[in-house]
Design a protein. Structure first.
Length: 380
C-alpha cells in the first residue's frame, strides 16, 4: 500500500492575514488604519516625544518620567563608545560592503566581544541602539576621510542629534534633529513585520539576543522590507523634473515594473506614518538648502500611483526625500531603520521568551508522488 501523505492544508502565501501569536506591544492597521505603540497613538508620540521616550516605552512597558528619561539618556550615552577591539573589526570591513552587511557584522561582533549573560537582554538592546550609529559613522569617516572620529555621546544628547553630529561633524539645526527624531519614532515598531517575525522565530529556539537582532537585520536588508526607502530614493533620482517623473512612472506602470514605497500588506486606507514624514519632507524642501524639485517629483509620483493604481505611499517613500535633505547618504537609510527598529525587535524577543513555544509551521507538500529509487548507473 502507498504510504499516507499529509492531507492538503489551508495556507496563505506569505502568511497574509494569519495571526500567529498574541502581543501587547503594537497595534498595526486596526480597521485598516492606525498605529499604536503599547496603546499610544503614533501621532501623539511623533509630535510630543523624544525617540528615547519611545524606546523606553517599548522596552520597559511605560513612558518614562523626566527623571527616568534623564537617567536613560545618560545610560545610552555611556553605551555609545567603541572598544578598541570593535574599532579593529570595523576598520577591516571594506567600504565596498553594503552598509546593512556592516550593521549585521557589528551586531555579530558585539555578540562575541560582549556575550549575553543572565538578565542582559534589555542592556544588549540599549547597547546596540547606542553604538550602532557611532559604529556606522566611524566606518564612514575612516574610509571616506581617513579619520578615526570620536564617537562617544555626551550626556543628555539624543540619538537623533548625535547621529547627525557624527555624520556631518558639526552641530545640526534643531529642526533637522526634530525630523531625525520623528523618523526614528515612526520606524521603531510595526508589529509582526517580516524582520520582527524573523527575530521571534530565532528567539523561539532560545538563541541569544545578538542572533535574534542579526536575523532581523538580514531580513530587513531586502528591498521588499527595509530596503524600500533606498529603492524609493533611487527611483526619485531618475527624474530631474515633474514632467519627466510623470512620464517615467506612467511608462514604468505600462511595463508592469514595481514602484517601491507604495502600498502595504496590512494598511488598506493609508499608512498613518506617511502624512507625518511627508509634512517634514515638505518643510525641509522649503529651507535654503532644501530640494523643492525632489519633493515636487515625489508628489507627482504619489498622484500618479493614486490615480492609476489606487496605491498610497508608505513610510519609506517620503522618508527617502527627508533623509536626502538631511544630507544622509542613500546607503545609510536602512541602517537608520535598524537603529530605530532594534527597540521593537528587542521588545518582541523579550515577549517571545516570556511565553515561548518553538515556532515551527508546516507546509503543504506539492512535490512528486512516491517513486522507486533509481541506481546511479541507471539514471538518465
Amino acid at each position: 500500500p502507498k504510504p499516507c501523505l499529509p492531507t492538503k492544508q489551508m495556507s496563505n502565501k506569505g502568511l497574509a492575514g494569519i495571526s500567529v501569536s498574541n502581543s501587547t506591544i503594537c497595534t498595526v492597521g486596526k480597521q485598516g488604519l492606525g498605529l499604536m505603540y503599547r496603546g499610544y497613538n503614533i501621532n501623539d508620540l511623533a509630535e510630543n516625544c523624544k525617540f528615547e521616550e519611545v524606546a523606553y516605552l517599548l522596552l520597559y512597558g511605560k513612558l518614562p518620567t523626566e527623571e527616568q528619561l534623564t537617567e536613560y539618556l545618560n545610560k545610552l550615552a555611556s553605551l555609545s563608545a567603541l572598544t578598541g577591539e570593535l574599532k579593529t573589526i570595523i576598520e577591516v570591513i571594506p567600504f565596498s560592503a553594503h552598509p546593512m552587511d556592516f550593521m549585521r557584522t557589528v551586531v555579530s561582533a558585539l555578540g562575541t566581544l560582549e556575550p549575553e549573560g543572565e538578565d542582559d537582554a534589555v542592556d544588549i538592546v540599549n547597547r546596540i541602539i547606542s553604538v550602532g550609529g557611532p559604529a556606522l559613522l566611524y566606518w564612514h569617516h575612516f574610509h571616506t576621510n581617513n579619520t578615526r572620529i570620536e564617537t562617544e555621546c555626551p550626556e543628555g544628547r539624543t540619538m537623533a542629534e548625535h547621529f547627525l553630529y557624527l555624520l556631518h561633524q558639526k552641530q545640526p539645526s534643531e529642526f533637522h534633529v526634530k525630523v531625525m527624531n520623528v523618523s526614528l519614532i515612526l520606524y521603531a515598531e510595526h508589529g509582526f513585520a517580516a524582520s520582527t517575525f524573523a527575530s521571534r522565530v530565532t528567539a523561539s529556539t532560545t538563541s541569544d539576543m545578538y542572533s535574534c537582532i542579526a536575523t532581523a537585520i538580514g531580513t530587513l536588508r531586502g528591498a521588499l522590507h527595509g530596503g524600500a526607502n533606498e529603492a524609493a530614493m533611487k527611483l526619485l533620482e531618475k527624474f530631474s523634473s515633474v514632467e519627466e517623473a510623470e512620464e517615467g512612472i506612467l511608462n514604468m506602470l505600462a511595463n508592469k515594473e514595481l514602484i517601491m514605497g507604495f502600498g502595504h500588506r496590512v494598511y488598506r486606507k493609508g499608512d498613518p506614518r506617511n502624512k507625518i514624514i511627508k509634512k517634514y519632507s515638505k518643510e525641509l524642501s522649503l529651507e535654503p538648502n532644501g530640494c523643492p524639485t525632489l519633493f515636487a517629483i515625489s508628489e507627482v509620483i504619489e498622484n500618479v500611483m493614486s490615480e492609476k493604481k489606487k496605491l498610497f505611499p508608505n513610510l519609506d517613500f517620503y522618508s527617502a526625500s527627508a533623509y536626502h535633505q538631511l544630507g544622509i547618504p542613500t546607503g545609510y537609510f536602512t541602517p537608520i531603520f535598524v537603529l530605530s527598529r532594534a527597540t521593537g525587535w528587542g521588545s518582541h524577543v523579550i515577549e517571545q521568551r516570556n511565553d515561548n513555544k518553538l515556532i515551527r509551521p508546516t507546509c503543504t507538500y506539492t512535490g512528486p508522488e512516491p517513486r522507486d529509487y533509481i541506481p546511479i548507473q541507471s539514471r538518465l
